[in-house]
Design a protein around this ligand. Sequence first.
Ligand code: AMP
Length: 436
Amino acid sequence: MTFQELNLIVPIQKALAEEGYTQPTPIQEQAIPIALQGKDVLGCAQTGTGKTAAFAIPILQLLHGTKAGKPNHHISSLILTPTRELALQIGESFDAYGKYTGIRNQVIFGGVGQHQQTQGLKRGTDVLIATPGRLLDLIDQGFIDLRNIEIFVLDEADRMLDMGFINDVKKLLRKLPAKKQTLFFSATMPKDIQELANTILHNPTKVAVTPVSSTVEIIAQSVYYVEKPDKKDLLRHILSDSSIASALVFTRTKHGANKVEKDLNAVGIRSEAIHGNKSQNARQAALSNFKSGKTRVLVATDIAARGIDVDQLSHVINFELPNVPETYVHRIGRTGRAGATGVAISFCDTEERAFLKDINKLIAKQIPIVDEHPFKVKIDGKAAAALAAVEAATHKPAPPSSARNKDRKSYWQKRRSGGGGNKGGNNANRPPRANS
Ligand code: AMP
């Protein structure tokens, strides 16, 4: 299928061609025609599947149809998304796909001064992309009026809930007009998300793709057994391979991220860390240095890395394994995007072997172990006993073991076994987006 066959207007087709997009991704193929008909969509898809364009393109086309030639810009579409990074990326996508439509967008999020954002709002915008807290704040201050919303997008609904935004979301829903089109996206559809969707969607059409298993399959994964104190040397050793142009390194804690950053810079490997304690400006600067290739290594905690979309990221390195196995899949999904191949390397110390077991179980395969490396674990009596304890332990559910996680697990399992409506299959022919 081509974008032309989706009946897109020429200004959008031209912009997509400039982005190097030759054909729609499966989620785009499914969602765009429905959204263009003005219908509600319940989309099960995560970042990396092209879901941003799946909602941005129809919004741009619909608003272009109603607003063409009108000089006033009032907020007609609201995109609610959980993180600042995602908000910025969605804004960039609207800029790119909408550059010949005359449709304006404005991004607002917390953690930075509001002046620039309110100035932008005063100039007028058609599409507002927002995180919940700052949006409520600016509504309360009278800068934003949502009464004219025609199209509403709730993006990454499951993360919205995970991050504790449910009350803010509910508050915002009450401020939207009853008559509107709603596009609802979530990577997973556990019961609480399904219930939320039921309350806000009218007769929705369901669309779904399975990014995770395909992502996992095109990424070359490996694991290094290493003791905790040797991890930093192993990281340097791996990064001494100059063919690794850029790497996203994950740690479990903010403190850990700072330490890794310091260690790498001390040996001349340019790196920056992003985590929740850094100001929004520092995070953005670090991200753009990484994207432009100024820094070779970005060290990140999971929250800070949510939804980061770095073109042509070849390597993800798990300096520490996550204790929630789904997080592993999200992390390695930062590479191998839009059909590109990727490499995911994980360090695993003795204490983390139980996490590795959970991950192998979730992805339904054993991540290959790299045996030959200078920091191989020497199995002395103590290590052998620790390993035996891990082996003997019955499978421990990864904390937190909420009902929600159980739902998720069955979701992933269903996906792996081919359940759910993935129509599209292989995205391998899609070129990565050109650096913007
Ligand atoms: P998203 O899931 O929206 O975060 O998109 C993931 C990546 O895929 C981004 O880098 C997009 O620029 C890219 N992308 C989205 N749609 C297409 C397409 N039709 N062809 C090629 N790349 C795309």
